[in-house]
Design a protein around this ligand. Structure first.
Ligand code: SIN
Length: 277
């Protein structure tokens, strides 16, 4: 009997998020089980597993089922052997990585497909992460606004990130890391599901192409506020052994910076593709 038969997918919120039970990821994931997990990710955009015991090699192997792990240029590597696995370790004394609404690295020409984030150590309380559905955000806009946004493009770069983390211990910024803008559609079509998603975020999006500063600033600000509506969100409380896998093409997330005990995470990002209308 395939292990896929024991898998259960429980939706956590109307717009986004599901918890997957009935699978021990350390015991291996056969093709049928992977198919169920992948389908759940496409349907729910972020999926969660609890009480898992996967080691770094098993996390890398699972990541490779979804795509190609990305070399981690800016963050500390988990160890010499793992240059595609970042160590996100904080006791509240440093700026928490991702503690602002964002999709990951939309400053890249090909932003990441998604990430697998495993919790080794969680604070007793705090350090939750919130995800928001950019499908739901797009679909909740009025039709005239959707039509207006559909044809627009925006420039994304990492200058906000550089300012926010400059000189901080947690990032290994190097001289090659100057902000090179990437241009992406403001609304793109997900390459697997075909659904449209808003694709601007406060961390990386700088301006809407062809607009004056004031137009671009106010439209982006309106969209950021809209994207933060609680109906589009799911909030996850970490425990050691929790794993989240998210689709970066249709979500944003925010890691809460509200703890002062150790939070130790392993993150693998997956290579993505150029967003298309
Ligand atoms: C991230 O933004 O990738 C980090 C998320 C987290 O630590 O919860």
């Amino acid at each position: 009997m395939s292990i896929s038969n024991s898998i259960r997918v429980e939706q956590l919120a109307p717009a986004i998020g599901a918890e997957i039970t009935g699978i021990d990821l350390a015991a291996g994931v056969d093709d049928a089980a992977f198919g169920r997990i992948h389908d759940a990710l496409m349907a729910h955009q972020v999926i969660f597993f609890r009480d898992q015991t996967i080691n770094p090699d098993q996390q890398m192997a699972l990541a490779e089922r979804f795509g190609k792990p990305l070399y981690s240029k800016k963050l500390k590597h988990y160890g010499d052997k793992y240059d595609s696995m970042s160590l996100l370790e904080n006791d509240g004394s440093k700026v928490a990585v991702g503690s602002i609404w964002h999709a990951d690295n939309t400053d890249f020409e090909e932003p990441p497909l998604g990430s697998l984030l495993f919790c080794e150590v969680a604070p007793r309380v705090g350090g939750d992460t919130i995800w928001a559905s950019m499908y739901a955000a797009y679909e909740a806009l009025s039709e005239p606004t959707r039509n207006f946004l559909d044809g627009l493009s925006a420039l994304h770069d990492n200058s906000n990130v550089q300012r926010r983390y400059a000189g901080k211990e947690i990032l290994k910024m190097d001289g090659t890391d100057v902000a090179m803008p990437a241009e992406h559609p403001v609304v793109h079509r997900h390459p697997v599901t075909g659904r449209k998603a808003l694709f601007v975020n406060a961390n990386y999006t700088q301006r809407i192409v062809g607009m004056s500063d004031i137009e671009s600033r106010h439209i982006l600000q309106m969209l950021y506020e809209h994207c933060q509506r609680p109906e589009f969100q799911v909030r996850f409380r970490w425990h050691s052994g929790s794993l989240a896998i998210w689709d970066n093409r249709c979500t944003q997330h925010h890691a809460l910076d509200d703890y002062n005990e150790l939070r130790r995470m392993r993150r693998v990002q997956l290579a993505g593709s150029k967003p298309m209308r």
